[in-house]
Design a protein around this ligand. Structure first.
Ligand SMILES: *[C@@H]1O[C@H](CO)[C@@H](O)[C@H](O)[C@H]1NC(C)=O
Ligand SMILES: *[C@@H]1O[C@H](CO)[C@@H](O)[C@H](O)[C@H]1NC(C)=O
Ligand SMILES: *[C@@H]1O[C@H](CO)[C@@H](O)[C@H](O)[C@H]1NC(C)=O
Ligand SMILES: *[C@@H]1O[C@H](CO)[C@@H](O)[C@H](O)[C@H]1NC(C)=O
Ligand SMILES: *[C@@H]1O[C@H](CO)[C@@H](O)[C@H](O)[C@H]1NC(C)=O
Ligand SMILES: *[C@@H]1O[C@H](CO)[C@@H](O)[C@H](O)[C@H]1NC(C)=O
Length: 582
């Protein structure tokens, strides 16, 4: 540490002073770099980058940084994503703008600037060198990324397909050089791109195409065109009911003294995902007309799939519960919701927990046609199932003989944590405090990672109500409200846990009355359900004062209530009873 060895895989440069090298850290600690086919992936360590403001730049061959913003990323072949857990990922096309390459070996340098403040004043700059090998390239390779469509076509081959020519109102190729003399004199080897939109054509020079958001360039052996999905010249086409975005273009380029043209049509699905209760079905039609213009015989070669850009073997596909079917019309990929490779996430919508399952599959389709040779079509897809309400189930296992409420509440994804309990409008109490008051919570973990909670409350805990229901039964009730929080978002929701137990433990008061010459007496032995029962004489509530005013004597020693009513006192009525003697 402390050295500035250029051999370091990752340089941590400059703290408040970019360019001053003071520390180097192995790249694997903060950034994981992988080469995945024609893409490179950088995964930033969430431990290191959490709660930091991050920006990316690509370093060109002269060491100049080019910030990667939204427009630049679609044009230059970068995709940046961040999940709710703060995991940040950057994918780069190996044919991206600032890659140094010979079409087999690719090096690019990504600069990551991390700041602790939004104004990016206090920054750490990391330079991540990436070098990948890839090859051999197929004559045509198409990548459908999240934010752009990319096509690269081997130069020279294939020749212009006949059908393609009929398809456009341009004159025969021999006319072009004559019609556009600047093609011969121009500096760039790409001369112009002609976009085909239904019957219209629109020609652009490379600079114009760049200004319109396209990435256009040549490599040693290929022509590359990259288009954002919302490019002005992009058209929405439907193939077997599934919408695709399509940019149909031909790119004219000079090679030595020749002016040549390649078909640089690129077409990517923008949907095709269907959700049932248990399964995600992703359908990709095979015969995509804009990619097959002029083709006669189309030969199917191979269909592969993977998740998170990791290719899966047939065996993995089966053991993970996926299915990959391919017939002459379509590729159909089915993934059970909850299958390995994806993740569940909880969100709180209108105070209710809802879950979604996220998975990022990709499909690689190889076919060969008689005009263009082999095409490799790689389609990446980020899938999130529609948010689904998860019913929170409260199951009451209370066994009254134990004098304890016992219930389970669940189930919750691992990103949900119980944080508080509210009882009788007091609280919310944090868990340790609730525990002190007798509200005990145990966590129950399930093998699928979900968890539930066991709530146990003794019948004599605060917040437990007791009520008499006739026939010697008391009803014990409590309604603790559990407060949950979703990590890392911090959104909260409440789950009431209404619990009731009927217990045959009511003891009714027993009253006994007698008289003597002076007074009438009533002695009531209290039970356990008469705390709220009050003595009345006629319509008068017998408070101590009222009793005194009426000349009664009222004694209550806690277990018994005794009342003495003098014979002449108010409310005493005489009734004559006729005794009939036989
Ligand atoms: C095209 O690629 C070359 C070689 O990698 C590079 O020098 C040039 O800057 C690229 N042009 C654009 C517009 O990206
Ligand atoms: C495409 O989307 C980007 C980012 O939202 C926007 O900057 C650009 O203007 C859009 N382009 C067109 C042609 O709509
Ligand atoms: C309740 O608990 C008692 C004592 O542990 C036990 O004997 C009884 O079987 C339990 N009742 C039920 C319904 O589980
Ligand atoms: C509470 O209920 C759970 C779930 O049925 C049970 O496993 C546990 O033994 C019960 N505990 C008590 C103290 O009744
Ligand atoms: C996890 O397992 C529990 C208990 O078997 C079940 O109730 C829950 O639905 C499962 N959760 C998911 C997401 O499959
Ligand atoms: C309360 O009064 C009743 C009747 O007057 C008597 O039997 C009982 O022992 C008294 N209890 C106490 C705790 O003083």
């Amino acid at each position: 540490m402390g050295s500035c060895s250029p051999a370091a895989r990752l340089l941590l440069l400059g703290f408040l002073a970019p360019g001053v090298c003071f520390q180097f850290v192995p790249v694997t600690d903060q950034v994981n770099v992988q080469c995945l086919g024609s893409l490179a992936r950088l995964r930033l360590s969430s431990a290191y980058f959490q709660n930091k403001y991050i920006s990316f730049a690509a370093i060109d061959q002269f060491g100049r940084p080019w910030p990667i913003d939204e427009v630049q990323s679609a044009k230059c072949g970068y995709t940046i994503s961040q999940d709710v857990w703060g995991n940040i990922e950057l994918r780069a096309s190996l044919l991206g703008c600032y890659t140094l390459m010979d079409d087999q070996h690719f090096t690019l340098n990504i600069q990551i600037t991390a700041a602790t403040d939004p104004g990016m004043q206090h920054t750490v700059v990391l330079n991540v060198p990436v070098s990948c090998s890839y090859g051999p390239w197929q004559p045509r390779e198409i990548v459908c990324e999240a934010n752009y469509m990319e096509v690269s076509v081997r130069r020279n081959v294939p020749p212009i397909p006949d059908g393609f020519l009929q398809d456009q109102p341009a004159g025969p190729p021999e006319d072009w050089a004559a019609a556009f003399p600047e093609a011969v004199a121009g500096a760039s080897s790409i001369w112009q791109i002609v976009f085909h939109m239904d019957a219209r054509r629109k020609a652009m020079r490379v600079e114009e195409a760049h200004a319109a958001g396209y990435g256009v360039n040549t490599t040693d052996t290929r022509i590359v065109l990259r288009a954002p999905y919302n490019a002005t010249e992009a058209q929405k086409v439907e193939v077997n009911g599934i919408p695709f975005s399509s940019v149909r273009s031909s790119t004219y380029y000079k090679q030595r003294w020749m002016l040549l043209m390649v078909d640089t049509a690129v077409t990517c699905p923008i949907d095709g995902v269907y959700y049932s209760k248990e399964t995600i079905t992703w359908t990709i039609p095979k015969s995509i007309p804009p990619l097959l213009v002029g083709a006669g015989i189309v030969k199917e070669l191979k269909v592969d799939m993977g998740v998170n850009l990791d290719k899966l073997s047939t065996q993995d596909i089966r053991s993970w519960g996926y299915s990959l079917a391919s017939d002459k019309d379509a590729i159909v990929l089915k993934m059970p919701i909850g299958a390995p490779g994806g993740n569940y996430k909880t969100y709180v919508i209108d105070g209710k927990p809802m879950i979604t399952y996220k998975i990022a599959p990709y499909v690689e389709h190889l076919w060969e046609d008689d005009k263009r040779g082999i095409t490799k079509h790689t389609i990446l897809k980020d899938i999130s199932t529609p948010l689904q309400l998860v019913p929170v189930i409260v199951t009451d296992y209370t066994n009254a003989s134990l004098q304890l409420f016992n219930a389970t509440v669940g189930t919750f994804l691992p990103d949900v944590v119980l944080v508080s309990i509210t009882v009788d409008a007091s609280g919310p109490w944090p868990l340790p405090e609730a525990e002190k008051k007798g509200y005990k919570i145990y966590e129950a973990k399930y093998s699928n990672g979900s968890r539930g909670y066991v709530v146990q409350v003794p019948f004599d805990a605060p917040g437990v109500g007791r009520e008499y229901v006739p026939d010697n039964i008391r009803s014990y009730t409590t309604n603790p409200i559990l407060g949950f929080s979703v990590i890392p978002q911090g959104d909260t929701f409440d789950v009431p846990v209404p619990l009731t137990a009927l217990v045959q433990d009511a003891v009714l008061p027993q009253a006994e009355g007698f008289c003597d010459d002076e007074a009438l007496y009533l002695v009531v032995k209290r039970g356990n359900v008469d705390q709220d029962w009050l003595p009345f004489a006629g319509d008068d509530l017998l408070t101590r004062e009222k009793a005194q005013a009426l000349g009664y004597t009222l004694l209550d020693n806690g277990t018994h209530l005794a009342l003495r009513v003098p014979r002449q006192a108010a409310h005493v009525r005489y009734e004559i009873a006729w005794l009939m003697a036989q």
